[in-house]
Design a protein around this ligand. Structure first.
Ligand code: SAH
Length: 344
């Protein structure tokens, strides 16, 4: 692997050996890349010129910011990055009182095909490298000059469809010699790739697993999410239980409310029946209309009623606060509108 920013310290040490350099150089380089967020080998002034010249064989590239919009409502920033191969990806910075949270993409595009989602419309382009996931966080921290304290893997792509790179990303992001972000401040959102959920549980990380549920039963879930034809709701919920048992981390369920499809009081009752006894939290997201799709968000009162019904059943539930409504479009829409501009 010559993607130096994706290397663990031990791997960097091996590389130093190959280059006939001392092992401590690996720690210096790791610190420059992951703590000082260097963008060029020349910045690494405590390395010998000779070593910097050797390293120049592997260009250090920071993704280029091709678009950035700031919300005048709440300071949310949407970034569009161009990767070295020309693919573009989206990331979002949200400012909360508890700190700055960055939502990153895990793939360019997505192959999961969820009916309401803009990210999947052009299909999967490719998996992102661990370094490309890190660079979204690093670029935003450099751009704002403010520390990023929380990371959610909820942008474009299905993180568990890029499992090895995701794990590497999490380990590097939480490294004490890097940004040292706490595992508890990381959330990974999945549409429910069951075998990978079990794999992740076995890692015993302290990250939060968010499961995109979006429906109270298999029939309705299948209408929205092709993955639901592969894994039944029972199987997905069993995997969630196991994740909780192995990690002690409460599961978050994401539930995008689509008018007339999954937002009735009966749906709320059925949903609560399905997740009873599971230590969880439900995040209701009134669906973000995507122009290529015809889904509508429910009226505010139906959203409130849905929430109240769940609360009456003793379920922890919040309605996701909408951030950056003025610069928005749903997840993946900035990328899509950019790709359309490029193609005309
Ligand atoms: N592949 C991961 C991450 C996707 S995006 C997953 O499926 O969880 C994060 C969340 O936003 C998911 O719950 C996804 O279903 C939801 N989402 C995507 N498009 C949306 C839209 N237009 N409106 C509301 N929620 C949406």
């Amino acid at each position: 692997m010559t993607d130096i920013k994706s290397m663990y310290p031990e791997e960097l040490k091996d590389l130093m050996k190959e280059l006939n350099e001392k092992p401590f150089r690996a720690d210096q380089i790791f610190g420059w890349l992951h703590q000082k967020l260097a963008v060029s080998w020349d910045q690494m002034t405590n390395l010998s010129k000779d070593l910097r010249e050797k390293l120049a064989a592997w260009p250090l590239m920071a993704p280029e910011i091709v678009d950035m919009r700031v919300s005048s409502l709440d300071g949310t920033r949407k970034y569009l990055f161009r990767l070295s191969d020309g693919n573009v990806i989206e990331s979002v910075l949200m400012k909360y009182h508890h700190g700055n949270s960055v939502c990153i993409s895990s793939q360019a595009g997505c192959r999961m095909g969820c009916a309401f989602c803009a990210s999947t419309i052009g299909g999967l382009k490719r998996n992102l490298l661990a370094s490309e996931m890190l660079d979204q966080v690093y670029s935003i921290q450099r751009d704002t000059g403010e520390r990023v304290s929380n990371v959610v893997v909820m942008g474009s792509g299905e993180p568990l469809d890029n499992y090895e790179n995701l794990l590497r990303f999490i380990r590097l992001l939480t490294s004490p010699a890097g940004l040292d972000i706490s595992q508890r401040n990381i959330t990974v959102s999945t549409c429910g790739i069951v075998p990978r959920m079990y794999d992740l549980a076995r890692e015993k990380l302290q990250i939060t697993l968010a499961l995109s549920l979006h429906a109270p039963n298999d029939e309705k879930r299948q209408a929205l999410m092709p993955i639901a034809r592969r894994y039944s709701m029972d199987e997905v919920l069993r995997a969630c239980r196991s994740y909780y048992e192995q990690t002690g981390r409460r599961i978050t369920f994401e539930y995008s409310l689509v008018a007339g499809q999954n937002d009735s009081e009966q749906d709320a009752m059925d949903l609560s029946g399905r997740i009873k006894g599971l230590n969880c939290h439900i995040n209701l997201i009134p669906v973000n209309p995507v122009k290529e799709r015809s889904f509508q968000r429910p009226a505010r009162t139906s959203v409130e009623n849905f929430k109240i019904k769940l609360e009456k059943c003793g379920i922890n539930v919040t309605i996701r606060r909408e951030m950056g409504a003025d610069i928005d479009g749903a997840c993946g829409q900035l990328r899509r509108s950019y790709m359309e501009r490029e193609n005309t």
